[in-house]
Design a protein around this ligand. Structure first.
Ligand code: B12
Length: 531
């Protein structure tokens, strides 16, 4: 029996994918959103509890016990299954504890706050950056003062949605370091090494030189908020005002060293939208790591134009500091579409240059592309598929994944999609399932010949990847070469190498699997990396 405590704050992280579908999201994603907003209340002695459905199978029982007599319940989500699951649990809490204040925040509630008020599962919705906003919400509820005086909220006043004063984005010096004691890291490590039968989503490839059989201990970290880029398909420009605030490079190293002493991790996954905005910071962090003997592998998101602008020495530092994977959002293959989405990558001049700078230093690249923007021409989509294929050919083993455009509320292209007849979901339930897509494209009606070419590219790319480690001299090496030739020339009519492979397998009496280990986890998130 947990003692009632008016200073208890209960924070809940919904499932990121539907376990009922046998899917799990990569367990190296720690509940950083909740740990960030807990920083100030925890430092002031509030009893904060983090319940994460990913590691707490008994999450509902835990929540019901913890919410009894608590000060407030809060949760967070981004577009996807989290919206459905989070709403479901919040309804159960509301029903059981009708007087318990419920607060929402995070990327999805930030772009559709009124929906949470209308569905009766929120007393306040925090918009955008949350550390200071959440602290002031806690104080207001604890002291019984009005939430109308807390900036950065959407609340209900006289039965109508009311937006309080705008909250400026602040630096990481405005709040203390993360209260890591609120999670049990070993629970995530256990899942990372024993994921069970579930299909894993958003799992990144391991470092190529990670010792076979060594225990994975992957830590995720949040070192910068926001992104200065104006990309039209992303909701970040409007939610963050294109601000970017980051922990300085030296301090970042020190803070992660403290975490390493505590958690003994061997890989760090940065959950920043755009880690590499400032070359000086990237270099400062790398220099500290190199000085310390580069004690762990790490991966982060960098922008194509950023890497093209960096000095070669700054890229050398990345390799020496054991950065094993750089994730870059290319998003469109034609200059025309690059201009339309305001990403403005000089594809001709800088794309291969930037990817080459990373790849040729032994660092994997993960590049993502989007097709099907509102009003996008067939020619533009074909160009994206062909450029993605050329990059796949040029950088074997590195992802060059193409995803269908998805209208994300709060983004410029969401409004464009509405003008092009897109019918958005209405309930949180519907919003929660609108992304279970990966290859589902009905609602954006891509031309058939584009879909055909996209799928042929996907099959050829996976085959090509599967043979990456095969020696060039071998039969399989030859088949990989043929697949590479087809990727480079965008020739998808007849997958000759795959037919030859079937014959090879039959003649050698092996199973397909024996013949080649095809790593099916493409390893790059199906969403536009904003960098
Ligand atoms: C890292 C990242 C991922 C990671 C991890 C995501 C995660 N947290 O689970 C991975 C790669 C798994 C991922 C996947 C996807 N992502 Co993503 N992702 C991001 C990215 C780059 C950073 C988000 C993040 O985790 N930051 C770390 C935490 C600490 O920061 P934060 O979320 O910003 O939290 C702060 C505030 O939001 C706020 N806050 C957060 N929670 C709460 C709660 C309360 C009560 C309060 C008051 C405040 C508050 O305070 C925090 C501290 O300031 C963003 C942002 C961006 N610019 O692109 C996109 C982003 C969140 N992703 C997006 C999308 C669409 C997806 C996918 C659905 C793509 C796909 N099609 O599969 C999947 C969904 C998978 C899933 N459900 O898990 C969209 C979300 C749109 C929306 N409005 O919901 C974003 C905004 C990008 C975009 N294109 O617009 N993503």
């Amino acid at each position: 029996m947990i003692r009632r405590n008016k200073k208890r704050i209960v924070l809940f992280m919904p499932h990121r994918a539907d376990p009922g579908e046998g899917v799990r999201v990569s367990p190296d994603l720690l509940p950083l959103e909740l740990l960030q907003i807990a920083t100030l209340p925890d430092s002031e002695g509030y009893e904060v509890h983090v319940v994460d459905a990913m590691v707490h199978d008994d999450y509902l029982k835990r929540l019901m016990e913890l919410c009894d007599g608590a000060l407030l319940f809060a949760s967070s989500c981004i577009l996807g299954y989290q919206v459905t699951h989070g709403a479901e649990v919040a309804r159960a809490i509301r029903q059981r504890f009708p007087d318990l204040p419920i607060v929402w925040g995070g990327w999805f509630p930030s772009v559709l706050p009124e929906r949470y008020l209308e569905e009766g599962i929120a007393d306040a919705v925090g918009l955008g950056q949350g550390e200071v906003t959440f602290h002031e919400i806690v104080q207001a509820i604890d002291n019984g003062t009005s939430l109308e005086d807390v900036a950065g909220l959407c609340i209900t006043v006289d039965g109508k949605p009311h937006y309080t004063a705008h909250r400026e984005v602040v630096g990481f010096d405005a709040f203390p370091d993360v209260p890591w004691h609120l999670i049990d890291f070993e629970q995530y490590v256990k899942l990372q090494n024993h994921p069970g039968k579930s299909k894993l989503r958003h799992r990144l490839p391991d470092p190529v030189d990670f010792p076979k059989g060594k225990e994975l201990r992957i830590f995720s970290y949040f070192s910068s908020f926001g992104c200065p880029e104006p990309c039209t398909f992303c909701c970040s420009p409007e939610v963050t005002g294109k601000r970017w605030k980051a922990i300085p490079g030296d301090l970042l190293f020190e803070r992660l060293e403290e975490c390493r002493e505590r958690f003994d991790f061997n890989i760090v996954r940065f959950q920043d939208a755009n880690f590499g905005v400032a070359e000086k910071r990237s270099n400062a962090y790398c220099d500290k790591l190199i000085e310390a003997g580069s004690p762990y592998w790490w991966n982060a998101t960098y922008e194509v134009e950023t890497i093209a602008r960096y000095k070669p020495e700054s890229c050398d530092r990345l390799a020496e500091a054991k950065c094993h994977l750089v994730i870059l959002g290319a998003e469109a293959g034609s200059e025309e579409q690059q201009a339309k989405i305001k990403k403005k990558i000089d594809i001709e001049k800088n794309l291969e240059k930037a990817l080459g700078r990373i790849y040729d230093r032994g660092i994997a690249t993960g590049t993502t592309w989007i097709i099907g923007y509102p009003g996008e021409t067939r020619e533009s989509m074909f160009t994206t598929i062909d450029v993605a294929a050329q990059m796949k050919h040029r950088f074997p083993g590195s992802a060059s994944d193409i995803f269908p455009f998805r209208p994300i509320p709060g983004s410029e292209d969401y409004r464009n999609a509405l003008e092009h007849g897109y019918q958005p979901p209405t309930t949180l339930e519907e919003w929660g399932s609108c992304l279970e897509y990966k290859m589902e494209i009905d609602d954006i009606r891509l031309p058939e010949d584009v879909v055909w070419r996209w799928r042929r590219y996907g099959a050829t790319a996976s085959f090509y990847d599967g043979l990456v480690h095969e020696g060039a001299s071998s039969v399989l090496g030859l088949l990989q070469k043929i697949a590479g030739w087809r990727l480079k020339r965008g020739f998808y009519t007849f997958p000759i190498e795959q037919k030859l492979f079937d014959i090879y397998v039959r003649l050698s009496g092996q199973t397909q699997q024996d013949a080649i280990e095809i790593d099916r986890t493409s390893g790059v998130t199906p969403h536009p990396v904003q960098s």
